[in-house]
Design a protein around this ligand. Structure first.
Ligand code: ADP
Length: 302
């Protein structure tokens, strides 16, 4: 059995349709392959942590609707505690409309709904849980101020996946143990443009926190607080769909840190989880393909 992971974050239902041609404004085109799927960075990462044996709890807000009911059902079936999930009477469960266009290019609209009403009061109610967790993991599909407040309340390892990214000065991250942006996010956080030097940016943030920048098929760059840096390669796989790789990565990282792995060992495991996910070996939905231990053992490392 693993350690305790608490995820403070989002749940969104994804509504997916495939189309051949992007419609003009006001036009309707026929699509195919409709599916409804579980999503939200927080929920995905919690499912991943739990599948890798962390004792996992969710701190979240959902709407008083059938989508919120589906979220609760999912978490219960994945052995995730829902004691600190609030049902908001005034906002819908988060939802994302995903239209998959030609060449896999997506059009996406998201209404984060109840997720954005998660409050300091919700966090205060979960204080004993946060204090007792080995790892607390947050993302930014909830108010940024609430995410940081929850992390600071914890006595465990505090991990922030700054996604979607917002401008954030390095000083704001003091007291946070690990941040896990991807390459695009780390640039957005720093306010620097496309093509700027990711290593130099990571080094600036590493004055205040450990920085893990995920690099897609190239694995992850780690710059530890205090300066030591190294790259962890990702296993070579045939990628089918890279959506959600970051969620597999973060859930696995949290689970490993909660078990007492070193940061390097945790990043190695997280890279494996991300690589497994992109193969979509267990089904088209992201959630189907989040790996368990057996899946990771089946993945050959080069
Ligand atoms: P995000 O999904 O947030 O954009 P990345 O694309 O950087 O994040 O992916 C997260 C992690 O998943 C990477 O660090 C890597 O370990 C793994 N990963 C992603 N894409 C691939 C790939 N094509 N092959 C192998 N591993 C991958």
């Amino acid at each position: 059995m693993g350690g305790k992971v608490t995820v403070i974050g989002s749940y969104n239902t994804g509504f997916v349709i495939y189309i051949e041609r992007v419609p003009a404004l006001g036009e309707t085109v026929r699509g195919w392959g409709f599916r409804m799927e579980h999503g939200g960075k927080g929920s995905n990462q919690a499912v991943q942590a739990s599948r890798l044996d962390a004792e996992t709890a969710m701190v979240a807000r959902i709407g008083n609707d059938i989508f919120g009911e589906r979220a609760l059902k999912l978490w219960r079936s994945e052995s995730i505690s829902t004691d600190h999930v609030r049902i908001d009477p005034h906002a819908p469960t988060g939802a994302g409309l995903v239209i998959v266009g030609p060449e896999g290019k997506n059009l996406i609209a998201v209404d984060l709904g109840a997720n954005m009403r998660l409050s300091e009061d919700d966090v205060d109610s979960a204080e004993p849980l946060l204090r007792n967790s080995d790892v607390v993991l947050a993302q930014l599909e909830i108010p940024e101020r609430v995410a940081l407040y929850a992390l600071r309340l914890s006595d465990g390892i505090k991990v922030l996946n700054p996604a979607p990214a917002v401008r954030m000065d390095p000083e704001r991250l003091s007291g946070i143990d690990v941040i896990t942006p991807n390459e695009v996010e780390v640039r957005l956080m720093s306010g620097e443009g496309h093509g700027s030097d990711v290593v130099a940016i990571a080094e600036r943030y590493a004055k205040h926190t450990n920085v893990v920048v995920t690099l897609g098929e190239r694995g992850a760059l780690v710059v530890e607080k205090g300066g030591r840096s190294y790259t962890v390669p990702a296993p070579k796989v045939r990628a089918v769909d890279t959506t959600g790789a970051g969620d597999a990565f973060n859930g696995a990282l949290a689970s490993a840190l909660a078990k007492g792995y070193s940061l390097r060992e945790a990043v190695e495991l997280a890279c494996k989880a991300g690589a497994f996910l992109v193969t979509r070996r267990k089904g088209p939905s992201l959630i189907d393909s989040l790996p368990d231990w057996k899946d990771l053992e089946s993945l050959e490392v080069p």
